[in-house]
Design a protein around this ligand. Structure first.
Ligand code: AMP
Length: 503
């Protein structure tokens, strides 16, 4: 068992001259990027980084981001990926909560942090230089120690840092690579953001571990995808369902005009993939769209098999070495794991070497996340007669999945509640063909206020990253409620869905 830093250095020794990243027309070999990463590792150490210190990295998709990720891990630091679109509130919260000692940030974020002067944090700009050598062993790290702290939304207020150990990530990423027959001949077109485990773990880290190439793009642009895949001879594309819906919404000629014969694997993940999308994809591209299910807290868990049985609307079977049980959620609330019969809905409970170590500095949340060593996912699923799993949905209405991002209704409510025009607010996810769910806020206005929906959305934009800002604000004098401050959110979703269908 090694650390991620060692495993990443091994790839440089094995595949040095191969292309690690193709970005903006320039090929960066493992050797070149490895040298950048080693310089960063050395720069961090010279500035006082000790093994186990958190280093926040909030860079946009770029070779610099990849070098920073590898460099932090090589130095024995714990990487805290940050969304470069965080507002000041969100950024300062994650930096303070994670106790980051150093931060590599885009200029706008660096300016915010410089003004706030967080004690104990060194701000390093977008890069840092030193004189390292990637072929030297990385800082000695216990494989059970944290490698990443990834902030993720839960049912309670602010995001929590999920701690992923070196061995958990190495085990999970190599398991996925094996299941998908991923080799150093693969070329992945990566348009996902790399602060989430989907883009960072699967896209960047697994590619580097395998020694395959990443064609990295700053962002997803549906119109460019097929041309890029064809021109750059990509073999794999990973996306969230919204991306596939947007590809399928393009005129047929925009997708069929390109030679995609090199493509061997298209995978969707991070949010429910409608059966209709799988069927339309098969019709349009003449190949299968695979699905995989996972969570920040446990990496990648279920996946449709490359050769085994599969059916649109199901998410496949557990990856090797990972145990998935479907348990009665009410019994689990009472402290007992009781399996539900096949063909009935149960909460996904996960056990295996892939599990996270807990939430950073939150022993109570960590205790609640596990039961008898199983991670409680909060998702309902059913195991069908042939063993394939079908995801039914979240147990809590307070978790919204929009465009593949997990957001907490409570975090958005806490923000909007501070606006003077808001007396009461309930935030829900309303089903949406493109985004999976859309964030909608129902607001009872404060007496005498004449604030508009636009003004409240503008306020939300100052405090919340763009994917959390409600796409719609509906003023309701009476939000359906169970009691004071407790809303009937399922009824509200039905009301707002019917309202959207009427308009
Ligand atoms: P995150 O931690 O942001 O990756 O979000 C994890 C959550 O996304 C899970 O608990 C599910 O609710 C949802 N999710 C992930 N993958 C899938 C999938 N393939 N189908 C349905 N929901 C998914």
């Amino acid at each position: 068992m090694t650390s991620l830093g060692d495993a990443l250095s091994n790839t440089v020794a094995r595949c040095g001259s191969a292309t690690a990243i193709l970005y903006d027309g320039t090929e960066h070999s493992f050797r070149d990027l490895g040298a950048r990463a080693a310089a960063i590792a050395c720069g961090l150490t010279e500035r006082g980084l000790r093994v186990g210190d958190r280093v926040a990295v909030g860079l946009r998709n770029s070779p610099e981001l990849v070098a920073a990720v590898v460099g932090v891990l090589h130095a024995g630091g714990v990487l805290v990926p940050l969304n470069p679109a965080y507002t000041e509130d969100e950024l300062l919260y994650v930096l303070a909560d994670s106790g980051a000692r150093m931060a590599l940030l885009e200029r706008e974020h660096a300016a915010m942090v410089a003004t706030a002067r967080l004690p104990g944090l060194s701000l390093l700009g977008t890069s840092v230089d030193g004189c390292g050598d990637i072929s030297r062993p990385s800082a000695p790290v216990d494989p059970a120690a944290p490698a990443l702290v990834v902030y993720t939304s839960g049912t309670t207020g602010r995001p929590k840092g999920a701690v992923l150990a070196h061995h958990a990530l190495l085990s999970n990423l190599t398991t996925v690579a094996r299941a998908w027959r991923w080799t150093d001949q693969d070329r992945l077109l990566l348009t996902l953001p790399c602060f989430h485990l989907h883009g960072l773990g699967l896209g960047i880290l697994t590619s580097w571990l395998v020694g395959s190439s990443v064609i990295l793009r700053p962002r997803f642009v549906a119109e460019d995808v097929c041309a890029d895949l064809a021109r750059l001879r990509a073999t794999m594309f990973f996306g969230v369902p919204t991306m596939y819906n947007r590809l399928l919404a393009l005129p047929e000629a925009a997708t069929t005009a390109h030679d995609l014969r090199h493509m061997r694997l298209w995978v969707s993940g991070s949010a429910p993939l409608p059966a209709a999308t799988v069927e339309r994809f098969r019709e349009r591209f003449g190949t299968e769209l695979h699905d995989r299910y996972g969570m920040t807290e446990c990496g990648f868990v279920l996946a449709t098999s490359l050769s085994g049985p599969r059916r649109a609307g199901t998410v496949g079977v557990p990856l090797p070495g990972i145990e998935v049980r479907l348990v009665d959620p009410a019994a689990a609330d009472g402290g007992r794991l009781i399996d539900v019969p096949d063909d009935s809905d149960g909460e996904i409970a996960i056990h295996g070497p892939n599990l996270f170590s807990g939430y950073w500095n939150r022993p109570e949340d960590t205790r609640r996340a596990f039961l008898d060593g199983y991670l409680r996912s909060g998702d309902l699923a059913r195991r069908e007669a042939d063993g394939l799993f079908r995801i039914i949905g979240r147990i809590s209405v307070d978790i919204i999945k929009t465009r593949g991002f997990k957001v907490s209704a409570v975090e958005i409510e806490d923000c909007l509640q501070r606006h003077p025009a808001v007396q009461e607010v309930a935030v829900v996810g309303v089903p949406d063909a493109d985004q999976g769910e859309r964030v909608v806020a129902a607001i009872t206005p404060a007496a005498g206020s004449d604030s508009t929906a636009d003004a409240i959305r503008a306020y939300a934009r100052q405090h919340l990253a763009p994917h959390k800002v409600p796409s719609r604000i509906v003023f309701l004098d009476d939000i359906p409620r169970i009691g004071p401050g407790k809303f009937k959110k399922k009824e509200l979703v039905r009301l707002l869905t019917a309202d959207v269908e009427r308009t």
